[in-house]
Structures are given as structure tokens and as C-alpha cells.
Design a protein around this ligand. Sequence first.
Ligand SMILES: Nc1nc2c(c(=O)[nH]1)N[C@H]1C(S)=C(S)[C@@H](COP(=O)(O)O)O[C@H]1N2
Ligand SMILES: [Mo]
Length: 384
Amino acid sequence: MPHRRAFLKSAAATALPRVETNEEKAVNPPGLIMREIEPANLETPPEALTSAITASDVFFVRSHFARPTIDAAGHRLKVEGAVERPLSLSMDEIRGRAAQTREVTLECAGNGRVYLTPKVKGVNWQNGAVGNARWTGAPLADVLNAAKVKSTAVEVVLEGADTGTINDEPKSPGVIHFARSLPLEKARKPEVLLAYRMNDVDLTPAHGGPLRAIVGGWYGMASVKWLTRIIVVEQPFEGFWQTLDYSYFGHENGLPVLRPITAMQPKSLILKPHAGERVPAGSTCAIVGRAWAGEPAVAKVELSFDGGSSWQPARLTEESKPHVWTAWEFDWRVPAKAGVASICARATDASGRTQSLTRESDRRTYMVSHVLPVNVDVVGSERR
Ligand SMILES: Nc1nc2c(c(=O)[nH]1)N[C@H]1C(S)=C(S)[C@@H](COP(=O)(O)O)O[C@H]1N2
Ligand SMILES: [Mo]
């Protein structure tokens, strides 16, 4: 028998997994589904979506560049451009301002991309690039007032500390920051925060700590993490992340034109039963899910078991509010006959928008919000 230490040594060379470095542990926290290791793109697992508040350690992570290292003690937020009084604020100064805490649901505009056929480029998210958290921060409106925005201003650019080069088409013009703009009107809304706390503790680096924007009602790309600069501009911003990436086709005079992706679309998810689940024939099955609509509240969720010909109302089991997802339930009388059953859910919001049954052709690889049926296996007693 070989000497124990010699055995361990040879085993380590062949069979033992490599020990993770602390850096790897930090970007691959347990509990999230790995979509990409660097930059970190991590998905919330389906079972975590049943909680009204998504715990921070299972909240999806979407990053386009390597995570920047920021020392909170020395961090400053600059407010500049078309303002009478440019500002440079420390974290203490930002924390010292009047604070607000609000629940906001963030959904990545690429959430659900894996369900598109034919397959498209981009992170292969299933349903878990969405989450709901309690965010605490200073309203952006107050900081803009303190800086005295000029009357000629039209937009507010939010710039992150992270930088890099995009080498795939469409290529970036060299090294760029992650940055997005908001029209002044949206920037002044109460649902837009300069957030430094998530679920009542300091923001973690993965979620943009020490400081990020939270833009309630808009897809996640607007909620710029690792916020370092706010630039008030007098012309619409034409940055990479809203003219090329995170844009969709609108139409002008019959011609397609690229427009920035902004507000979220209404959407519902079926969380239980899951696809392929075996459901006893003739039983009652509790179907549960979530729905959100961005700026408006969810008005109703309906279910269909005939591919969208007829719809029956679900019960909303949490209060439905703007910017926040809600839970719904439906008691389903499972057919007596065994076979595959297809469950469809659709949300309608307070402004009257409803999810469509088919994919909108002009959304490129984003805003996947059409109805996605969940097929379950109805089984007779002999197969249970
Ligand atoms: N600075 C910076 N901010 C960013 C991003 C980024 O890559 N860099 N990704 C955006 C996108 S596309 C989304 S969906 C959200 C995700 O926030 P989360 O990682 O906290 O879930 O952050 C947004 N803010
Ligand atoms: Mo995103």
C-alpha cells in the first residue's frame, strides 16, 4: 500500500477538484445558477422566486464587465454637466441626506431569452433574471435639486465605475463605461433612488455597492451599479448601452429605427407546478406564480388550458402595486384523463396592456414577455 501522503499527492493531481480561490467564491456564491463566471452572470433559482422579497444572496447578478473594486470610504459621486452647482458627494454625505426605502422589482431585459427560437446571442437566462428587493437610498430628484439642473437639460446620464471593450458585433468604440440615461421626467420620479442598502444591509459589491441607481418600473439595465458620475445633458445621450445594446426596433414612417429599451412589459411566471411535473388526474392542483408590469400595478392574471382560446381569472394573493411584483394562485381541476396538459398564464396591467400569445418580432433579443406555456404530465392512478 502506498504511503498515505504519497497517495494523497497523486490523487490530488488526478481526481481532487481544484480549491476555489476567494475571488472565485465571491463571484460564484452558492445558491445561484452560474450562467457565466467572468463577468459574473448568475441566475436566481426557481424556488427562490416564490418569496415576496428575494434574499440578496440568491438575487440574480448581471454584469457586463469585471466588477470594479471600490473603497466605500474614499468613494465619491460626481454630479456635473448642465447644473448650476456641480457636486462631489462622499458616501457619508449621501447617507446623511433624507433616505427612502422602497420595494422595487428588477428584471433583466434579457430574462427568458433561452425560450426564444431560433436561438439568439446573449446570456442564456431562463426565468430567474428577476428579483424583488427593498432598496434604501437618497431620491435622485433631491440630489438633482441640490445641483440645480439648468432649464436647458433633457436627460440624466448615470455612469458606473466598470469599464471594458466589447469585441463582438456590435463592437464598442474602444474602452467604455457602463452608462445609461433617463429623461429628466423619469429621473425626478420618487421610484428612482441612489441606493446604498439592499434588504436592510449595505449593498454588496456584486449588486453595485457601495452605490447604485434603482430605477423602479424600468428594465434592470437602467439601474446602474457602482455609480460614480451623474451627468446632466442637453442632448439625448447616445451611449453604447442604449443605442446598440439594450435597444429594440420601433417604427418611423414605416422604417425600423433602434430605440432604447426603457419600461418593463407586463409578465407572469408559473412557478408551480413546474414543467414536466406529474400531476394526478382528477385532483385539485394549486397553480402558483408571480406577475409584474413595471410602472403600472398588475390588474389581473388569467389562466388558459386551451392554448389561449378561453381564460379564467387567478387570485392575486399579495397587494398589487406599481414597480413591485405580486403573487397569484389558481385552483386547477386537473382533467380526469391522463396526458399532457398545457398551462398558460397572462398578466394585464392597470394601463390595459396584456401579454401577447406570440413573440413580438421587433424586440431583438430582449423583452421576452409573450405567454410561455408550462406543460405538465397528467397521470392516472396506475402510474402514480
Ligand atoms: N455599472 C453597471 N451597472 C449595471 C450593469 C452593469 O453591467 N454595470 N448591468 C445592468 C443590468 S443589464 C441589470 S439587469 C442590472 C442587474 O442588477 P443586479 O446584478 O443587482 O441583479 O444591473 C444593471 N446595472
Ligand atoms: Mo439586464
